[in-house]
Design a protein around this ligand. Structure first.
Ligand SMILES: Nc1nc2c(c(=O)[nH]1)N[C@H]1C(S)=C(S)[C@@H](COP(=O)(O)O)O[C@H]1N2
Ligand SMILES: [Mo]
Length: 162
C-alpha cells in the first residue's frame, strides 16, 4: 500500500527515497521555491524543485522518462525527463502547512509553462495532483491521461464537481 503522505522517488536512481512533508521542508533552500505566486500568478504555495529532488536521489544517466503516479485516484502521466528536469516543481506547502487535497496535495507536480490540455506531451494535464510516486525509467512509463476530447472533458467536469 502506498502512503499518500510520502512522496517516493524510485526507478533509475541511485538512492530511492521517500520524502515526508518535514523532509521537503528541510531541503537546502536552494532546492525550494518559496511562494510560487511570484512566478505563477494564479498559484500559491511553496515547492521543492524537481532538479533538487533528483539531485538528492541521484538520477542514473540511463533515465529518460519521468512518470508521475497518483495511486489515490489512479491518474498517471509519463513525460520525457529532459523536458521538465530544470523547471518542474513539487508543490507541498501552503501557509506553512501541508498542501491540502483541494489544491492537489499533499504533493502536486507543477510545470510553470505547461501547454494547454493534451496538445503536447507536457500539457496542463501532466500537472499531476496527489502524487505519491515519481518513477524514473529508460522507456516511457504508464500514462492514462485521456487522449479523446470527450473523455478529457468528462475528466475536467468530474474535477470541477469534486
Ligand atoms: N491526480 C490527478 N491529477 C490530475 C488530474 C486528475 O484527474 N487526477 N487531472 C489533470 C488535468 S486533466 C488537468 S487539466 C489539471 C487541472 O489542474 P487544476 O485543477 O489545478 O486546474 O490537473 C491534472 N492533474
Ligand atoms: Mo486536462
Amino acid at each position: 500500500m502506498s502512503d499518500m503522505n510520502l512522496l517516493v522517488i524510485d526507478g533509475e536512481v541511485s538512492r530511492p527515497t521517500s520524502f515526508s512533508f518535514d523532509d521537503l521542508s528541510k531541503l537546502d533552500p536552494a532546492r525550494l521555491v518559496i511562494d510560487i505566486s511570484r512566478f505563477v500568478p494564479k498559484r500559491a504555495g511553496d515547492a521543492a524543485t524537481l532538479a533538487g529532488l533528483l539531485e538528492s536521489v541521484g538520477v542514473k544517466p540511463e533515465a529518460r522518462y519521468l512518470t508521475l503516479h497518483s495511486s489515490s485516484d489512479n491518474f498517471h502521466a509519463s513525460i520525457p525527463l529532459d523536458a521538465v528536469r530544470d523547471k518542474g516543481l513539487v508543490l507541498f506547502r501552503a501557509n506553512g502547512a501541508p498542501l491540502p487535497a483541494s489544491a492537489g496535495g499533499p504533493f502536486r507536480f507543477f510545470i510553470p509553462d505547461h501547454a494547454a490540455c493534451h496538445v503536447a506531451e507536457i500539457d496542463e494535464c501532466a500537472n499531476v495532483k496527489f502524487v505519491d510516486r515519481i518513477e524514473l525509467s529508460r522507456e516511457r512509463g504508464f500514462d492514462n491521461r485521456p487522449t479523446e476530447d470527450a473523455e478529457h472533458e468528462a475528466l475536467h467536469a468530474r474535477q470541477a464537481n469534486s
